[in-house]
Design a protein around this ligand. Structure first.
Ligand SMILES: [Zn+2]
Length: 382
C-alpha cells in the first residue's frame, strides 16, 4: 500500500525577485540587491510523517556514536524500491551524463557538501560500499538525478524529515534539470535535502505580526559578503551556513540547525586544541596547514616558532569569516587580525608567536554565532 505522507508543505513558486530586501535587513547596511535574471522554483518540498518525526526527535543521540553518519552522493542513477516514497512501484532515477554534470562539477558538489557537514561526525562519500557498510539508521542516499514532475512537482529536490532515523533506505532527491545543471545550486540543494533527512525543517522569516514572509529564508545582502541559511534558499549567496532561526513550523518555533545536526550525527573531534604551550601544533616554515573550525566557538591554536617575519594567509573554505588572534610566548593577546571586507586573513607576523584561528562576527550579513568549517593556513616569506 502506498504510504500516506501527511503534512506535505505546498510548493510555493518562489521567484528570485523576492530576494530584494532592504527594509527588513537588520544590519541597515543593505541597499537594493542587484537585478536577478534567473528564476528557479523552490529548493524542495519537505515531507513530514509527524509521528515518525516525533519518534526520531526523541531518539536523538545523547552519547557520541562510534560510527559516523555516511551520506552518499549518488550520481550513478538508482532504482528506488520499497522506500517511504513508494512501497509499490520502482522509482527509476537515471544518472545525469558527464556532458551535463562534468567530473569537475561533481567534485565541486562533493567538496561543498563535505564542507557544509564538516562540523559533524559525518562522512560524505560517493562509494556504494561505504554506504552499504554503515548502520541503516546512520546512512542516507541522495539521488542526484532528473525531476519526475508528475511525482514530485516543480522543485529542485525533495526529502522526508528525519528519514535517516527510519533505517529503511528511504533516499532524498536532487533534480539537476530544475537546478539548471548549476554546480552551486546543486551543492546547496544536496546539503539542504540531507539536512531534512537529519531532522531539519526550513528556516523561514516572519513579520513582527507573526505572518510568514518567506518559507525559504533568502538571507541578507548580496555579493561576496551575502549570506543565506542552507535550510532556506542558499543558491544565490556566497556565505551559507546552518542557522539558528525560526522554522517553517511557525513563528514561535525556533530551530538551531547546528544543535539538531550534532544531536542527529554526533560531534567531529576537534583537530587542533586552543592551548598555547609547548604542545601547540607548529606552523611550517613555509607551506600549508589545513584545519576545521567544527563550530562557531572553536579556537585552533598554532605556534610560529621562528622569529623572522612570515606572511600568513588564512583562507576560509567558504562557510566562515575568519579572524586570527596573535599571542606572545607568555600567552598574552597582542592583537587580533580581522579583515572587515572579506572572510580571509593576509598579514605579516614577526617574532615567535602563537596564533589562534577562529570565527569572527564582523561580516555585515552573517548572523552572529553562524560560521564554521575548513580553512587553510599558508605560510610564506614576505
Ligand atoms: Zn526543503
Amino acid at each position: 500500500m502506498k504510504k500516506n505522507v501527511p503534512g506535505v508543505a505546498l510548493a510555493i513558486l518562489f521567484f528570485l525577485t523576492a530576494c530584494t530586501k532592504n527594509a527588513s535587513d537588520p544590519t541597515g547596511i543593505a541597499t537594493a540587491a542587484p537585478d536577478r535574471t534567473v528564476q528557479l522554483p523552490p529548493p524542495c518540498i519537505q515531507h513530514e510523517d509527524a509521528e515518525r518525526t516525533r519518534i526520531a526527535s526523541m531518539a536523538r543521540v545523547t552519547q557520541q556514536p562510534t560510527t559516523p553518519v555516511v551520506l552518499l552522493l549518488d550520481f550513478n542513477g538508482q532504482h528506488v524500491q520499497n522506500s517511504a516514497w513508494d512501497t509499490e512501484s520502482t522509482i527509476s532515477c537515471p544518472a545525469v551524463p558527464n556532458s551535463l554534470l562534468t567530473a569537475a562539477m561533481r567534485d565541486y558538489i562533493f567538496q561543498n557538501v563535505m564542507e557544509d557537514f564538516s562540523g559533524f561526525f559525518v562522512k560524505i562519500t560517493r562509494s556504494e560500499q561505504e554506504y552499504a557498510a554503515a548502520p541503516a539508521n546512520r546512512r542516507m542516499r541522495c539521488v542526484i538525478t532528473y525531476n519526475m514532475m508528475e511525482r514530485f512537482g516543480n522543485v529542485g529536490g525533495t526529502a522526508m524529515i528525519s528519514s535517516m532515523s527510519w533505517a529503511d533506505n528511504t533516499p532524498c532527491f536532487v533534480f539537476c534539470d530544475v537546478l539548471q545543471y548549476n554546480q552551486k545550486y546543486i551543492a546547496g540543494a544536496v546539503s539542504h535535502e540531507l539536512g531534512h533527512t537529519l531532522g531539519l525543517f526550513h528556516q523561514s522569516r516572519y513579520s513582527e505580526a507573526c505572518s510568514q514572509e518567506e518559507e525559504y529564508h533568502t538571507g541578507f545582502g548580496y555579493g561576496t559578503l551575502g549570506w543565506a541559511p542552507i535550510m532556506g534558499i542558499s543558491y544565490y549567496q556566497s556565505i551559507i551556513t546552518w542557522h539558528k532561526g525560526i522554522s517553517s513550523n511557525g513563528c514561535d518555533q525556533p530551530q538551531d540547525d547546528m544543535t539538531l545536526l550534532l544531536a542527529a550525527a554526533g560531534t567531529r573531534a576537534d583537530d587542533y586544541a586552543p592551548t598555547l604551550n609547548n604542545s601547540t601544533t607548529p606552523l611550517p616554515s613555509t607551506g600549508t596547514k589545513s584545519g576545521i573550525l567544527e563550530h562557531a566557538g572553536d579556537n585552533d591554536a598554532f605556534w610560529k616558532k621562528e622569529a623572522n617575519n612570515k606572511r600568513i594567509r588564512v583562507i576560509s573554505n567558504g562557510n566562515s569569516d575568519i579572524a586570527v588572534e596573535v599571542y606572545n610566548m607568555q600567552g598574552q593577546l597582542l592583537n587580533t587580525i580581522d579583515d572587515i571586507n572579506g572572510p580571509n586573513i593576509d598579514a605579516v607576523i614577526s617574532g615567535k608567536r602563537y596564533i589562534r584561528v577562529r570565527v569572527t562576527g564582523n561580516q555585515p550579513y552573517v548572523p552572529i554565532g553562524n560560521g564554521f568549517g575548513g580553512y587553510t593556513i599558508n605560510v610564506s616569506t614576505p
